[in-house]
Design a protein around this ligand. Sequence first.
Ligand code: SAH
Length: 447
Amino acid sequence: MPKQYRVKCHETDAACRGLVKFNNSIFAVNGLLPGETARIELVYGKDRKSTTARLADVEIPSPFRTKPFCEAFPRCGGCTLQHASYEAQLAMKQAAAKKLLGEFAPVGKIIGMETPYHYRHKVHATFYRSRRGMELGIYEENTHKVITVPDCAIQNKTANAILHTLRRLADEFRLPAYNEDTGTGLLRHVLIRCGYATGQVMVVLVLANTNFPGRNHFMEKLKTAHPEITTIIQNINRKKTSMVLGESETVLFGNGYIEDELCGLRFRISSKSFYQVNPAQTEILYRTAIDFAGLTGKEVVLDAYCGTGTIGLIAAGKAADVIGVESNDAAVRDAGVNAQENQVKNARFLKGDAAEYMMHVAKDKAERPDVVIMDPPRSGASEQFLRALVEAKPSRVVYVSCCMETLARDLKVLEKGGFKVEKVQGVDLFGWSGHVECVVLMSRVEK
Ligand code: SAH
């Protein structure tokens, strides 16, 4: 048996893992809560830095410790916080936000979900065959092993029901699952998107090739079992890759997209466009961002990393002009259609790299925005983007971020560049996971 060490946890890190000091090092331990005394085991890596610690046993549990509700916990890796009450999760997220961002400005109390279950409206699962027949599951964290999570408690219930039907139909039609090692087989993944306000449902079946015996019959049976499905897309991914979607798509049923409503506007979402997975909390997130922007109707707003144009279009009602920039083709096309469909005339969307557009704007005074709302991916904004943003001198910047570490890094750069961080607000979009979404308001202090 590996040697065990007794430790006490006082705080958690940005991913809500318990931090413990041991052997002059600090370890982040999954499943450990502040206030707990526990025994850990060391998992030795190549060197001191890559050595990690694993929770062996909790000796004195926190009053906020709860019994995990899912049989796939913790292997699945999606919900890393099932050992903590929802209140405790929010407290850990708040503490992390304060630790990482509190040096910049006051941090508002994180806005939690009313009910932290079945909130994920985008669901992805991988086909594989086990002895019991076809399964639909997810990759166990950091491995290529697929595990089944029956009726996942954070996924939309309709999506869960569709997963069951797909498994059953795959067996009935004797369809082979794709085998990663040999590159043979047919069924690879399924992606399901459910509209929160509209109830529209998209099913994207990702196949290794087009050789699908009985395809039409299969689709008819799927539609009959789930009349709520409004569109079915066949996506072909022939490559040996961990990317889910391939390039070629054929719409088999419906119009190839779903619509949803957020903050009173209607949005079109294609299979490849980014769209927040938790629409109820997204409304709160967007309202906070637009409130922070302090719009009076006169401002030119840049919506950088705009996706399908959601934030920009909602802001357009309170701004003079909105320009959105987005690098994903499908998303920016959706954004253009969304502007038209919502009859928003003062917004336009450009396909391109946000940094390049920012550099262009910084050079041309006439194009400079008054307010920049930015919502980059987890990696944060690039150095070029931040440099150009400083040069463009907008009066206010609203930074929407899903990664506090890159956010803190970028805020430092912007502070040096003459912006003052005014306030920080966390919104919980991902209950039971360690992720936190934050909105930050900055204003320009130098002329
Ligand atoms: N604001 C949107 C999307 C946020 S996700 C929403 O709330 O729905 C981040 C978006 O940035 C994605 O749509 C991604 O395609 C886009 N993106 C990533 N890198 C980019 C870059 N360098 N330039 C422009 N857009 C980028």
